[in-house]
Design a protein around this ligand. Structure first.
Ligand SMILES: C[S@@+](CC[C@H](N)C(=O)[O-])C[C@H]1O[C@@H](n2cnc3c(N)ncnc32)[C@H](O)[C@@H]1O
Length: 385
């Protein structure tokens, strides 16, 4: 990798691996590095030298849309090899992280419970898991975020913690915290006077992006919600093990139980693209309801397609068709300004690229299909109430 080799922080609830399990995970990481560093650059060459000229000769015009670039690229052997290996690496990432968790599932649940000393955890077994999470195994994680195998299960969270590190090849830092760290750094630099007293992280998963807010604003009360109980149990144990006080609860970001006007800052990190056309409207409306006047809504995502070259759009859209991400494409083509307006916001929206706080990342600022972890920048969409 062009950046340094970053090991994951071996906090106390991270699943332990034996020699073979660790070798397998190292292989998955190196395999992905090979795909990203050695095979990915050949895609543009294949497009310019073979796919585009063939398309031009046949259609007498440039490929302009995702579908037209797809028509040009999908028959190309280099594209087929890259795409097939990338999908394989994604499946291997999940199986290599599942094996040590399955082996120790009971011990992991017990040791996580022991760690839950700081903050709080409120689960709601009656909460309906949204259809957009039960309909598919999102990004090919078997069982998605919410499936539980034993009582007090943390398995899906434990798997996710390690899988995100492998997915990003360490380029989101040793705590996979780059999205939260980068947003906090940006907020402190651009709004040094902003001093939130209550912060909410929506769709927190295992809290990778939540802890930077607890660390960055130690005076604030930090809340984090998710629909998936195994994520929240693990998140609570992980936060406590890392010395952070966060209040976790099982709630749907579309309609929470918090009081109107009860937060100064509402954030999310790669939540929106995993919802649906109806849900995203509800989430933004809920942000408006939850904020006090002057409070900020900030959503960290990968950048919209607008302004990208058709070829880049096509590659970046890989997840839509190959990685069980049914809302990916639509979520990258939204009218974000209109979405904020329709939800009650009246100030100008923020739609900016925020630099990665993980300075060691030496990437190109290019988002690639199947690899957005170390792009070197994050897209932030938001608005002040
Ligand atoms: C990609 S993960 C988020 C990762 C996390 N924010 C981070 O930065 O590491 C998406 C998370 O959002 C949760 N989620 C999806 N829809 C939700 C909703 N409507 N309300 C609350 N959580 C939701 C999922 O269960 C999952 O844990």
């Amino acid at each position: 990798m062009s950046g340094p080799y970053v090991e994951q922080n071996a906090h106390i609830v991270l699943p332990k691996t034996d020699h073979d399990e660790l070798s397998r995970q190292h292989f998955v990481r190196s395999f992905k590095e090979h795909i990203v560093e050695s095979l990915h650059p050949g895609l543009r060459l294949a497009y310019e030298k073979r796919a585009r000229p063939k398309y031009l000769a046949k259609h007498q015009h440039e490929p302009n849309t995702i579908q037209e670039v797809a028509d040009a690229m999908k028959p190309d052997q280099h594209y087929q090899a890259w795409s097939s290996l990338l999908r394989t690496s994604q499946e291997m990432m999940w199986s290599s992280t599942q094996i040590p968790v399955e082996r120790a599932i009971n011990d992991l649940a017990a040791s996580s419970t022991d760690q839950m000393t700081l903050g709080s955890l409120n689960l709601n077994p009656e909460l309906k898991i949204p259809d957009y999470h039960t309909a598919v195994d999102i990004h090919c994680q078997p069982g998605g975020y919410h499936t539980e195998y034993i009582e007090g299960d943390v398995a899906q969270g434990a798997i996710y913690d390690r899988a995100v590190y492998l997915y990003a090849m360490g380029q989101m830092g040793s705590n996979n915290a780059d999205m939260g760290d980068s947003t906090v750094a940006w907020l402190k630099q651009t709004h040094p006077e902003f001093s939130p007293t209550r912060i909410l992280d929506m769709g927190c998963a295992v809290g990778h992006s939540t802890l930077p807010y607890a660390d960055g604003y130690p005076e604030a009360e930090v809340h984090a919600i998710d629909v998936a109980a195994p994520m929240l149990r693990y998140a609570h144990a992980r936060a406590s093990a890392m010395g952070s006080t966060v209040h976790f609860s099982q709630q749907n970001a579309e309609h929470t139980e918090f009081e109107e006007g009860s937060f100064d800052l509402v954030v999310s990190h790669i939540l929106l693209h995993e919802t649906s056309s109806a849900a995203i409207k509800n989430v933004i409306k809920e942000c408006f309801r939850l904020l006090r006047p002057g409070g900020w809504m900030l959503h960290v995502e990968t950048p919209p397609y607008e302004g990208m070259e058709p070829f880049d759009k096509f590659l970046f859209d890989w997840d839509s068709e190959n990685n069980n991400e049914p809302f990916w494409r639509k979520s990258h083509q939204l009218d974000l300004e209109g979405l904020a307006r329709d939800s009650g916001f009246s100030r100008e929206t923020l739609q900016i690229m925020v630099p990665s706080a993980f300075q060691e990342t030496q990437r190109t600022n290019t988002f690639q299909g199947g690899d957005f972890g170390g792009g070197g920048v994050w897209f932030v969409y938001g608005c002040q109430k």
